[in-house]
Design a binder for this molecule. Structure first.
Ligand code: ADP
Ligand code: MG
Length: 397
């Protein structure tokens, strides 16, 4: 689950990280008061969307010459003018895709005098099985380009979970970022704070780009992008409350209510599968036969009829879906439960596209019987290969 920059900064501030004063606003009316509460004379008006690259982004409605999604302002009037121009418009960045994202809230922040822009992120480094800092002196711009062109400028420091961030770890990061004086002093508290925030709240990613050295020598978190491990959200009610559903795919929101492992994709074959491995294999074989999956969907082992029906409805509600492939290996999951769920969902929402079902395993005969007797136009398949061929053929008509 992702959150907005202003929420991430509020969270990091609770842990003691240095962030600027700022106010989130949802309407132009709130802009003036927000700016007045800040020290000035420099302000920054920042679009709050769940995507990076906002500074270089463009508003669809404003044309190519208008300013981007992060704007400096030198007066309160200018803050208000920016807010008027930005709120409600659609920001397109390198990360939003062509459709862009509507800006429904802004963060009005105290402007910083920047001496250097650095990069710092924390992530779970699976190669060492530890949380690691990834830092670079080349912050503020496209870190992917730095990784590609000058990988030696990116330094990874993995943290031993038992020891936490040691003085030696901080020293490595300080050296990699070429910090000295007050900034090196600030580093001693900042990096352990970031690590604690990351582990306490089960983050999957914490990206501070840029982390800045200010003209006065101090460090400041200038941008913050945070995503949390969805599987750990059940133990963080305060973080769940930060969710902004307007930023998410409506199908994925519905799926998460049913605890379905569902990811919307760009293709046009809807898939309903049990087990992540089988779901991946199903997606692979669809591609092998020349089509693209519309989603990843793992209904899991213990799904009941209602959950199966919910998954099927989410898949059929996607206008891109031209055909559906149900691929179930009944181990813990019983084939008759799947069949009942599919039939219940189709009775409720109808079936406008071809449906191929491959069932195997526990109660397979009963499952097939339920489907056969339902009177629905279902194409049965014997195995995975047969199923993929049949759904691709059905779509190609
Ligand atoms: P994004 O990464 O989405 O483009 P950032 O928050 O990193 O958004 O902002 C882009 C750039 O805007 C930063 O690299 C920095 O140069 C400038 N900037 C952002 N916030 C401030 C601020 N509070 N004071 C001064 N400059 C800022
Ligand atoms: Mg940034």
């Amino acid at each position: 689950m992702n959150i907005h920059e202003h929420q991430a900064k509020a969270l990091l501030k609770e842990y003691g990280a240095p962030v600027a004063a700022g106010v989130a606003i949802f309407s132009v009316d709130e802009a003036e008061a927000a700016a007045r509460s800040l020290p000035g004379p420099l302000y920054v008006v920042k679009s709050q969307i769940h995507a990076g690259g906002r500074g270089k982004g463009k508003f669809k409605e404003l044309g190519p010459d208008a300013k981007g999604g992060v704007r400096l302002a030198k007066s309160i009037e200018e803050v208000v003018a920016h807010a008027k121009e930005m709120l409600g418009n659609t920001l397109v960045t390198a990360q939003t895709g062509e459709a862009g994202k509507q800006v429904n809230r802004l963060y009005v922040e105290d402007g910083a005098d920047i001496a250097r822009e650095l990069y710092c992120s924390l992530l779970v480094d699976r190669s060492v099985g530890q949380v690691a800092f990834v830092v670079s002196t080349e912050g503020g711009m496209d870190i992917e380009a730095v990784a590609h062109d000058t990988p030696e400028k990116i330094v990874t420091v993995a943290i031993n979970p038992e020891a936490g961030v040691t003085d030696a770890d901080v020293a490595k990061i300080v050296a990699a970022l070429k910090l000295d004086g007050v900034a090196a002093e600030d580093a001693k508290s900042l990096f352990p704070i970031l690590y604690k925030a990351f582990s306490d709240t089960d983050m999957a990613l914490l990206e501070v780009n840029p982390l800045i050295v200010m003209e006065n020598g101090h460090l400041r978190v200038l941008d913050a992008k945070v995503s949390f491990d969805g599987n750990a959200l059940f133990r963080h009610d305060n973080i769940k409350a930060l969710r902004d559903e307007s930023e998410e795919d409506s199908k994925e929101i519905e799926a998460s209510k049913w605890d379905l492992a569902y990811v919307a994709l760009d293709g046009n074959i809807g898939c309903m599968v049990n087990g992540a491995g089988l779901a991946m294999a199903t997606m692979d074989i669809i591609k092998l036969y020349g089509k693209e999956p519309a989603n990843f969907c793992d209904v899991g082992g213990g799904a009941g009829k209602d959950k199966v029906a919910a998954a099927f409805k989410i898949i059929t509600a996607d206008p891109k879906v031209e055909g559906i492939l149900v691929n179930i290996f009944g181990g813990i999951m019983k084939c008759d439960v799947i069949a009942e769920g599919v039939v219940a969902a189709v009775q409720e929402v109808g079936l406008k596209v071809p449906l191929v079902v491959r069932l195997e395993g526990t109660n397979v005969e009963l499952g097939k019987k339920i489907l056969n007797e339902s009177g629905l136009a279902i194409t049965a398949a014997d195995d995975l290969d047969d199923a993929a061929k049949k759904i691709v053929a059905a779509i190609n008509g």
